[in-house]
Design a protein. Structure first.
Length: 157
């Protein structure tokens, strides 16, 4: 597939955009086989690993807003994968926990992530995978640092 011409100053950002779009497309296709929408598997994986969580805490951990998390949890609850209960220590909060029925889904999601990882890494050897992770970690740190800088009066930092 030919890569569109991009100005020299935007090559890496454009490559990240293309890879992220394709990764999300394949992830969505695989998730649909399990009856999930993108993002729902991240909620479930966190609940399986960490146990019941306050819904507000899920927003922080997964980097989403409250309305989006509410819709996600409601859909997962309707599917029978989670249950919501009042937090016994805070009457205003809701705890979200995985149901026993979600355990079969867990195996599907784990297989899906393995398939996605394999499709993503292709023929990369262990050293290339380690280098890819290293560089992606650096890029993530750069972006996190930039998003935490306050904007100046003359424009973004």
């Amino acid at each position: 597939m030919p890569i569109p011409e991009v100005a020299e100053h935007g090559r890496i950002s454009h490559a990240i955009f293309r890879v992220a779009r394709l990764h999300r497309l394949l992830a969505g296709q695989l998730l649909r086989q399990a009856g999930l929408h993108p993002g729902q598997e991240m909620v479930m994986m966190h609940l399986w690993d960490c146990g019941p969580q306050r819904q507000a805490d899920l927003c922080g951990v997964l980097g989403t807003d409250s309305p989006t998390m509410t819709r996600t949890v409601q859909r997962l609850e309707r599917a029978g994968f989670v249950r919501r209960t009042p937090d016994p220590t805070d009457g205003r909060a809701v705890l979200v926990e995985p149901t026993a029925a979600s355990q079969a889904l867990r195996h599907q999601v784990e297989r899906m992530w393995q398939e996605l990882e394999s499709a993503t890494t292709g023929d990369l050897d262990d050293d290339q995978q380690a280098e890819t992770l290293r560089v992606l970690g650096l890029l993530e740190c750069n972006l996190v640092a930039r998003t935490r800088r306050p904007a100046t009066a003359t424009g973004p930092a």
